[in-house]
Design a protein around this ligand. Structure first.
Ligand code: NAD
Ligand code: WQD
Length: 342
């Protein structure tokens, strides 16, 4: 089956990536027509095949840099109902070594995309921000009123900067642009079909892909970064949410923008529950029956002790909350790891 020309077309930048690909599924399930733009700098063409197996038809796909006005022209010239902007570089450590790359792609491409949206009168944008904008915070759970701290990395700075950029775009559009800034906590898991998931390009920096690779024997062991934090079991606490729950939040944000033209707001997206690294390992072992070889090592520089979301604003205004458990997320992450092989 081919695409549906009558459905509202949503440009999904970075739609072949981890969160973007799951959101493409959620969009199709909700009656939208995704238009995927991804230059595959951190993804592979096979993701599109997995996507198409889930939804049972072709997805419109363009291997273009979303900040390239010439490459994007023919895409923007077709009527677009809205944009979900995932495309960015996301490795915190790499951003410290190569800050220019992060300023250029994350901020530069967003600025150019926002200008294209203005030229083509696109009315809604949903933007991928991050809980990293809060830095180390004492008041937990963290709500959207918490102060934005000076960024701890160039990556974090680019998220703060893009939020501000879109606030200025919103102000200058005089009610003709709606903006939803979504601050994700820690997305994990994969689609339960195991057709799409997080692609392990290089050594994973994030906990769950490193954990599943260790359980699969690809890595000798997982190092738990620090067991002397002031938390109940000494390991850091985060708010891990299933990527399919996160994907559904984007649809909820789009619908909220449709119902409130020209609005702008910011939403935390998490479960509201903090989990320690030790709890994640134990839940994984219980949920899958697999053993995670691990040892306790030094703290990782830059890690905050504990952060988890107050997601009540998203529930109140977007009508969204997470539905899947940590065990569901880890089971789905493991199924995806098994599909990828050893
Ligand atoms: P990802 O790397 O899997 O997906 C991003 C996709 O964007 C990739 O497929 C990449 O090829 C593409 N891309 C990058 N720059 C591009 C450009 N200029 N033009 C076209 N395509 C481009 O990352 P993800 O985990 O899916 O993250 C999506 C967004 O969510 C990012 O903005 C990221 O900063 C943000 N975010 C991610 C997390 C997380 O833990 N994964 C947490 C908070 C926020
Ligand atoms: C989670 C916990 C580690 C790996 C990062 C970005 C943040 C956001 C989400 C984009 C921490 C511990 C990890 C390992 C470990 N991304 N850990 N051993 O650091 O919360 O957030 O991803 O916006 O900006 O900084 O996620 O998955 O790296 O770590 O013990 O091998 O797991 O110390 O406590 P983090 P993470």
């Amino acid at each position: 089956m081919s695409s549906h020309p009558t459905r509202p077309r949503i440009l999904v930048t970075g739609g072949a990536g981890f969160i973007g690909s799951h959101t493409v599924v959620a969009l199709v399930e909700s009656g939208f027509e995704p238009v995927v733009v991804d230059d595959l700098r951190n993804s592979r063409p096979e993701v599109l095949e997995g996507l198409e197996r889930i939804i049972g038809r072709k997805v419109e796909f363009h291997a273009v840099d979303c900040g390239d006005a010439i490459g994007m022209r023919h895409i923007m010239e077709q009527p677009l109902h809205g944009v979900i902007h995932f495309a960015a570089d996301k490795a915190v450590g790499e951003s410290v070594s190569f800050p220019e790359k992060y300023f250029s792609n994350n901020i530069g491409a967003t600025a150019r995309l926002a200008a294209m949206m203005r030229d083509h009168r696109v009315k809604h944008i949903v933007f991928s921000s991050s809980c990293t904008v809060y830095g180390e915070t004492d008041a937990l759970p963290v709500n959207e009123e918490a102060p934005i701290q000076p960024a701890a990395s160039p990556y974090g700075y680019t998220k703060q900067c893009c939020e501000q950029l879109l606030e200025y775009s919103h102000a200058s559009a005089n009610g003709s642009l709606g903006v939803a800034l979504l601050r994700y906590f820690n997305p994990i898991g994969a689609h339960p079909s195991a057709e799409i998931g997080e692609l392990p390009i290089g050594t994973p920096a994030n906990l769950v892909p490193f954990l599943t690779q260790s359980a699969a024997g690809i890595r000798p062991e997982l190092t738990v970064f620090g067991d002397d934090y002031p938390t109940p079991d000494g390991t850091c606490i985060r708010d891990y949410l299933h990527v399919c729950d996160l994907a559904e939040a984007h649809v909820a944000a789009l619908k909220w923008l449709e119902a409130n033209p020209g609005a702008m707001d910011v939403f935390n997206l998490g479960t509201g529950r903090g989990r320690s690294v030790k709890e994640v390992i134990e839940t994984f072992q219980d949920a899958t029956g697999e053993t995670v070889p691990h040892r306790y090592g030094e703290r990782r520089p830059g890690d905050v002790t504990a952060i988890y979301a107050d997601p009540s604003k998203a529930e109140r205004i977007l009508g969204w909350k997470t539905r899947r458990s940590l065990a569901d997320s880890l089971r789905d992450a493991w199924r995806w790891q098994c599909k990828l092989g050893h």
